[in-house]
Design a protein around this ligand. Structure first.
Ligand SMILES: C[S@@+](CC[C@H](N)C(=O)[O-])C[C@H]1O[C@@H](n2cnc3c(N)ncnc32)[C@H](O)[C@@H]1O
Length: 373
């Protein structure tokens, strides 16, 4: 096993998940996010009607000999996760119809208590090329606490704030990882199952506090580590493939150089007191990385500034609220439209945040076109 340290923020253990977990002390992690092998059982490579090859998960790491083999593997790593989870910790496991039902059963058999199943509804799913089944347009996340009677963290108000002041539901419409977010090496996808940062943003922001330790036993391209670090959480990742470890390290180091402000702490703290398909909320821009927590937005003349918070609110001198509320405060009015008021620096130029809303829509529209093909 090889260890890779990233300051005090996080560590990657290069090795087998079960073996590495066995070496951890009891009650180490505040939250676990796991994106385990799916056991997709893809016999032949997937081809489009024009015979072009579809890039999918055919990696060696997804191969098991039988359902029994997969279940033994699942019980072993989940059992270790339960042991290393703090008493008030929670676990998130993401999967598809191939594996998520088996994982749900294992979770319950091990004593975990399921809090929610969350549907990640893909705004741009891969089409069903042969037209023999419904387009598979979602993945399922199971969120569970350690036992029936244990406590847990749920940042209700952060989620509500992120959702334009509407209670966050259990169906999350988010695009799959594509465009500039998708990491490529020589034109090819660097990792076949890179998850979107926006998904991890919601998971981590909802169920951890700043400074908490987030553990990902199947780190892959490092999405969990990158988002945890950008949200001021500590993290531990386990990954056995050295090339993926190098990829994660590159992403984490890139993130460190992208940080905008050293005064980010308030932007990461939970909301002190207490957004539908076509709409783009300010929170969508933050969770998708168009704006980072701790970054500043400015009035048109640049003389007023507000800090962006992880929950999609903004802060000015101790006052915290939506982009609309804070722009009204700046203007001394009862109401104002924050989309008209706030700007961000792109290079040396102040650009309206409304431009980012258009960019986000463009991204989603491109995905919709892909779906129609
Ligand atoms: C579904 S991918 C995770 C993708 C990740 N969430 C991301 O955003 O990039 C699963 C990862 O687990 C790794 N893996 C599979 N079996 C493993 C094991 N026994 N121990 C450690 N890593 C393993 C694979 O190499 C793969 O990178």
């Amino acid at each position: 096993m090889i260890l890779h340290h990233f300051g005090n923020e996080g560590t990657i253990y290069e090795g087998d998940a079960i073996e590495v977990l066995r070496g951890f002390e009891d009650e180490t992690a505040d939250m676990i996010f796991a994106d385990p092998p799916y056991y997709l059982q893809l016999g032949n490579e997937l081809r489009r009607p024009d015979e072009s090859r579809v890039s999918s998960v055919s990696d060696e790491w997804d191969h098991f000999s039988s359902f029994g083999d997969y279940d033994s593997f699942t019980l072993a790593w989940l059992g270790e996760c339960r042991r290393v989870l703090k008493p008030e910790g929670t676990i998130w496991v993401i999967g598809t119809y191939h594996n998520i039902f088996r994982i749900g059963r294992c979770l319950q058999d091990l004593g975990f208590w399921i809090l929610n199943d969350v549907i990640w509804l893909k705004s741009n799913p891969m089409p069903n090329f042969r037209g023999r089944r419904f387009t598979n347009a979602h993945e399922t996340l199971i969120w569970a606490k350690k036992s029936k009677d244990s406590g847990y963290t749920f940042n209700y108000w952060d989620m509500k704030s992120l959702n334009d002041d509407l209670q966050m539901r259990s169906d999350w419409l988010l695009p799959v990882c594509s465009g500039s977010e998708r990491i490529r090496d020589g034109g090819k996808r660097a990792h076949s199952t890179q998850k979107p940062a926006a998904l991890l943003h919601r998971v981590i922001l909802s169920s951890t506090k700043p400074g908490d330790i987030v553990l990902d036993p199947f780190l892959g391209s490092g999405t969990t580590a990158v988002v945890a670090q950008s949200l001021g959480r500590k993290w531990i990742g386990i990954e056995r493939d050295a090339s993926y470890v190098r990829l994660s390290a590159r992403r984490i180091n890139d993130l460190s150089s992208r940080r905008m402000s050293s005064e980010t702490a308030p932007s990461l703290s939970p909301h002190p007191s207490r957004r539908d398909a076509g709409r783009v909320s300010f929170g969508n821009l933050v969770e998708s990385g168009f704006l980072l927590p701790g970054q500043f937005v400015f009035s048109r003349s640049g003389d007023k500034k507000a800090m962006v918070n992880a929950d999609g609110s903004v802060s000015v001198n101790g006052s915290r609220g939506s982009i609309h509320k804070l722009s009204a405060e700046m203007l001394g009015r009862e109401r104002a439209n924050g989309w008209d008021y706030w700007f961000f620096y792109e290079g040396d130029e102040l650009v309206s945040i409304d431009v980012l809303r258009s960019r986000y829509r463009e991204l989603t529209a491109r995905h919709d076109n892909i779906r129609g093909r």
